[in-house]
Design a protein around this ligand. Structure first.
Ligand SMILES: Nc1ncnc2c1ncn2[C@@H]1O[C@H](COP(=O)(O)OP(=O)(O)OP(=O)(O)O)[C@@H](O)[C@H]1O
Length: 286
């Protein structure tokens, strides 16, 4: 039975390697509480996607343990636990199976052995939530990138998972689609019924999270709130993240003492943060 105070997900001393040789993840110990939104960040190749794939047993650690809702993931319980964890990937094209969007959502639901009325209710509910009602009869291949990603999210949420992992789900989207998807994520957060992991290079996504797990070279470099994360310039440098323009401007103004006398400009920076106006984080060239 699930322990009352069990973490949504917990990794203890996890080591992972794809092939014998260099470990990709080393001595990872992290814990996410139920209802939290965790942004997983770090330079390309540092192990972010590998880490989230361990959470739904797509990969198994070489040593250490991965537990979900207090249960250690094993080969035996993996299929059952996987049903509680939804994944949305970078490229929605790889996720479609159905000939129409509706069929695609229904296909996932068939595996849950729901009756027809419940399947229809869920399709209607999540199509409405993701604003894709008008797309249900369309072939997924005909849709724009943003529309495809909304359909992929609807198919994932219709399974009613308790944990949702967005693995760079906003990265191939244009600015408008990115903002729309971020709003969906914020809405999920407000509902409080999901634990969310988002692997991201997007500053707005990092700022909207409850906590940031930063990896460097396969190690945990930091586990901080977004405020504490973006306040530490050495840490940002270590993770190859440049301070987004809006925050840089705000800090410069503040350093000049302008924040107090010119509330307007400082306010603009803060407002941009709320609206996701900082855009993508630029990683330093190494
Ligand atoms: N299937 C695989 N087989 C062998 N090596 C892999 C495999 N997948 C990833 N790797 C390697 O493992 C390391 C971590 O990859 P991972 O995809 O987890 O990084 P990431 O931080 O998500 O990168 P990005 O931000 O570029 O997506 C990289 O060196 C990568 O080349």
């Amino acid at each position: 039975m699930e322990r009352k105070n069990a973490a949504a997900a917990e990794l203890q001393n996890v080591e992972f390697e794809y092939e014998k040789g260099e470990p990709v993840l080393r001595d990872i110990s992290l814990r996410a509480e139920k209802g939290e939104w965790i942004a997983v960040v770090g330079e390309s190749g540092c192990g972010k996607s590998t880490l989230v794939r361990l959470l739904n047993a797509l990969l198994r650690p070489r040593s250490g343990t991965v537990s979900v809702f207090g249960e250690e993931l094993t080969e035996r319980n993996a299929p059952l636990m996987r049903a509680r964890i939804g994944m949305v990937f970078q490229n929605p094209d790889n996720q479609f199976i159905g000939e129409t969007v509706e069929e695609d959502i229904a296909f996932g639901l068939e595996g849950l052995c729901l009756d027809l009325a419940e399947m229809e209710r869920r399709i209607e509910r999540y199509a409405h939530r993701l604003k894709i009602e008008a797309l249900l009869g369309r072939h997924p291949g005909e849709l724009s990138g943003g529309q495809k990603q909304r359909c992929a999210v609807a198919a994932c949420l219709a399974m009613e998972p308790e944990i949702v992992v967005f693995d760079e789900a906003t990265s191939m989207q244009d600015e408008r689609s990115r903002r729309e998807l971020l709003e969906v994520m914020r809405d999920m957060k407000r509902q409080g019924s999901y634990t969310v992991f988002s692997v991201t290079h997007d500053a707005a996504e990092m700022l909207a999270a409850d906590r940031i797990w930063a990896l460097k070279g396969g190690f945990v470099r930091a586990d901080r709130t977004p405020d504490a994360f973006f306040a530490d310039e050495e840490l940002l440098g270590d993770c190859g993240i440049e301070l987004p323009f809006g925050l840089r401007l705000e800090r410069r103004l503040s350093a000049l003492g302008a924040a107090a006398s010119d509330g307007g400009a400082a306010e603009t920076g803060a407002k941009q943060a709320g609206e996701g106006g900082y855009g993508r984080v630029r990683h330093r060239q190494t």
